[in-house]
Design a binder for this molecule. Structure first.
Ligand code: ADP
Length: 276
């Protein structure tokens, strides 16, 4: 059997041609697929435009977050000068104002750094390597040692996790963000328990980071992966709302998917896949 698609320029139509041997010789079938071809072309054009506008947006985020750092440093350093030099002259209200302004500047700095990190995803040229997943998890534990001790948290994984062939730094970042959130989004006084699992099938690896925290209502399952979207006020839980957007961008860049399974009050499971 022979099967191919061909444009017939003089008729300006796309035809799908299938030819089969048959008792009387050869059967040839023609099917007009012009409409499908036209939609495919339109989709390709839209994707090209989208890729362009995404890269414009990333360029903007990169430049803006980079250039904003310098004026912000000025604000912070002059606020601290003001505090140091005029401390004796300021009343309580004055001191409070300086405190609020410095706190705002500090939060803005965190947002800028997160945004910079977000816009940098996919820019670094790193090669794939064999990555020891247990090692990455141990790094996360070491980095969070203080808060793990304070909260008496437990971070648990199977000692025999395999090594996988992938990009190390982005995977480290995703695991760190998810573990940090698991430690952070807990009710007062609860001892956080975070379990990390790694499952394998012929096509992909599947990671699960499960916590026993406050959980998430299913209406917010998509929203939380969007840049700057948070479900809590900064007074309840600190943060910039960029962490999960970073995770999503990294995982999708690597060809995988990320999602959450949860119920309010019943912990959350963040799952992501990496194709082999
Ligand atoms: P941030 O932690 O800085 O707010 P993220 O992008 O990491 O930003 O998370 C977005 C929002 O998703 C958080 O503000 C929180 O409301 C919710 N969230 C994230 N992780 C968890 C979790 N493990 N349990 C419950 N809610 C979570």
């Amino acid at each position: 059997m022979v099967h191919f698609e061909e444009i017939f320029t003089n008729l300006n139509i796309w035809l799908e041609v299938s030819a089969y041997p048959s008792p009387s010789g050869l059967s040839v079938y023609f099917k007009d697929i012009s409409r499908r071809k036209q939609s495919e072309e339109e989709l390709k054009k839209i994707n090209r435009e989208l890729a362009l506008s995404n890269s414009d947006l990333e360029q903007f985020a990169f430049v803006a977050s980079h250039d904003l750092q310098e004026p912000l440093r000025m604000i912070t350093s002059f606020l601290s000068q003001l505090e140091k030099k005029y401390e004796g002259l300021l009343d309580e209200k004055g001191k409070k104002y300086i405190y609020f302004a410095s706190d705002g500047a500090k939060r803005m700095r965190n947002i800028i750094l997160d945004l910079l990190e977000f816009s940098r995803i996919g820019r670094t040229e790193e090669d794939k390597e064999m990555v020891n997943i247990g090692g990455l998890l141990q790094e996360a534990v070491d980095l969070n040692r203080k808060s793990i001790k304070e909260k008496q948290a437990e971070i648990i994984w199977d000692e025999a996790l395999p090594e996988i062939y992938t990009f190390k730094s982005p995977l480290r970042q995703v695991l760190h963000n998810l573990i940090n959130n698991g430690l952070k989004y807990q009710a007062q006084g609860v001892k956080p328990i975070i379990r990390i699992k790694l499952e394998e099938d012929p096509r992909q690896w599947k990671f699960v980071v499960a916590d026993n925290g406050i959980g998430i209502d299913s209406v917010y399952f998509d929203k939380i992966f969007t840049l700057f979207q948070r479900l809590h006020r900064k007074e309840e839980y600190s943060g910039t709302g960029v962490g999960l957007a970073i995770c999503k961008k990294i995982i999708e860049n690597l060809g995988g998917e990320i999602w959450v399974e949860s119920e309010e009050g019943a912990g959350s499971q963040f799952c992501f896949t990496l194709p082999k």
